[in-house]
Design a protein around this ligand. Structure first.
Ligand SMILES: *Cc1c(COP(=O)(O)O)cnc(C)c1O
Length: 409
């Protein structure tokens, strides 16, 4: 198969451009015209597929979806306004009041808030579990369980679950396996080959091409029989294999108003073309930083699942081609030392995002997790001595020099 980048650069448009434009135009148009009253009636009956209104679909957004679909060999792809829109719409599309899902306990903060606060108000229960201990999962499954949900590499704990094992459990019980693969983008991770049925992703992070726009994706790998989910049964009878994305697009994307805009899609399209290059550079930088700062007298701990001494090194190799994203953690002797170090940095920026082109650092204990009790933080693996570094594409030597000078004498 041709390389990710070669394929990304050569995915044809749905219609030939009248000016032979090499870049996909940004269709900043809300509505689309029909040739006749008969045609528009046929479209509304579902017999003449065409773009009608950009809250439901748009040609530039469709091209981004087509690129992702081709690059991942997925069955169907939907691009939404944010990663959180992708996750919330997915959950609403597969569950109703009284249903439950089983979720990894170490989650992106707003996903945790969505499950614990937003969806619980509509009668959807989340049962949290350590997904690296797969034997704990089956006892939690009952007849109202609709899915197992997990993140491919948890942040900032950097834990990795055995995905094929999770898929086996989900298949045995006819429930979905849903992966949030934000930190392991499609140039290094094929969710389909490991049996993940639905993939959700924040394209805000790696895919946007360097923190340019907020967006999300839902990917249906085509591995699940949608008639097995009672909430998708009616759509399965009408749309067959397309049931899930059809239900998502109509009942949530359209009715709740979650579309990606054409302008955002333009950033995402450009971001996909350089994704493989950027991820590779970030990975090389992680490895160089990891090797240079191997625990020494000042740095008491370095975590990155790409490093051989990580307990997740083998799983990272098997599941992500050895490239488990570009988030690392570093520990110093105390919180004070961390603050002093961060304040001296000149190239690495103090910010909370991930997978920007710029390297970003944060002290999770005093920021993202500040509202949690001391006990909860320690239980979640959030140490006061730990900093999270999202490694960018700067020169590795420049990053090392910046960290060296910030560590002080
Ligand atoms: C950022 C992030 C999200 C949310 O994405 P937004 O685009 O900010 O809505 C979800 N999951 C993970 C793992 C993330 O890092």
């Amino acid at each position: 198969m041709k390389s990710f980048t070669t394929r990304s650069l050569n995915i044809p448009y749905a219609k030939k451009d009248p000016h032979n434009a090499l870049a996909m135009p940004i269709y900043e148009s809300v509505a689309f015209e029909f040739a006749s009253a008969e045609d528009i009636a046929a479209n509304f009956r579902g017999e003449l597929p065409a773009h009608t209104y950009s809250r439901t679909s748009n040609p530039t957004v469709e091209y981004f979806e087509t690129k992702v679909k081709t690059l991942t060999s997925a069955h169907q792809v939907l691009a939404l306004s944010s990663g959180m829109a992708a996750i919330s719409a997915t959950m609403m599309a597969i569950c109703k009041q009284g249903d439950n899902i089983i979720s990894g306990k170490n989650l992106f903060g707003h996903t945790l808030a969505l499950f614990e606060q937003s969806l619980s108000a509509y009668g959807l229960e989340t049962r949290f579990v350590d997904t690296t201990k797969t034997e704990l999962i089956e006892p939690l499954i009952d007849e109202n369980t609709r899915a197992i949900y997990f993140e491919t590499v948890t942040n900032p704990q950097l834990e990795i679950a055995d995905i094929s094992r999770l898929a086996e459990i989900a298949n045995k019980h006819n429930i979905l396996l849903i992966a949030d693969s934000t930190v392991t983008p499609p140039s290094v991770f094929s969710s389909k080959s490991l049996g993940v049925q639905v993939e959700v992703m924040s394209t805000t992070k790696f895919i946007s091409g360097g923190a340019t726009a907020v967006g999300g994706l839902v990917i249906d790998n085509g591995l699940y029989d949608w008639s097995k989910n009672p909430n998708c049964l009616k759509f399965a009878e009408k749309f067959g294999k397309d049931a899930f994305i059809a239900r998502l697009r109509k009942n949530y994307y359209r009715n709740f108003g979650m579309p990606m805009t054409a302008h955002t899609a333009n950033y995402m399209i450009a971001g996909l073309d350089i994704l493989e290059l950027r991820v590779e550079r970030c990975y090389q930088n992680c490895m160089k930083l990891g090797e240079y700062f191997r625990p020494n007298s000042k740095v008491t701990r370095v975590d990155y699942p790409g490093l051989e001494d990580s307990p997740y090194y083998e799983l990272a190799k098997q599941q992500f081609n050895g490239v488990p994203g570009s988030v690392m953690t570093f520990d110093l002797k105390s919180q004070e030392e961390c603050f002093k170090f961060m304040n001296r940095l000149k190239i690495i920026r103090r910010a909370t995002n991930l997978n920007d082109n710029k390297s970003l650092i944060i002290h999770p204990y005093s920021t993202i997790y500040t509202e949690f009790s001391e006990n909860d933080r320690l239980e979640m693996g959030i140490r006061p001595t730990m900093m999270r570094l999202s490694v960018g594409i700067e020169g590795a030597d420049d990053l090392i020099a910046d960290m060296e000078q910030a560590l002080g004498e």
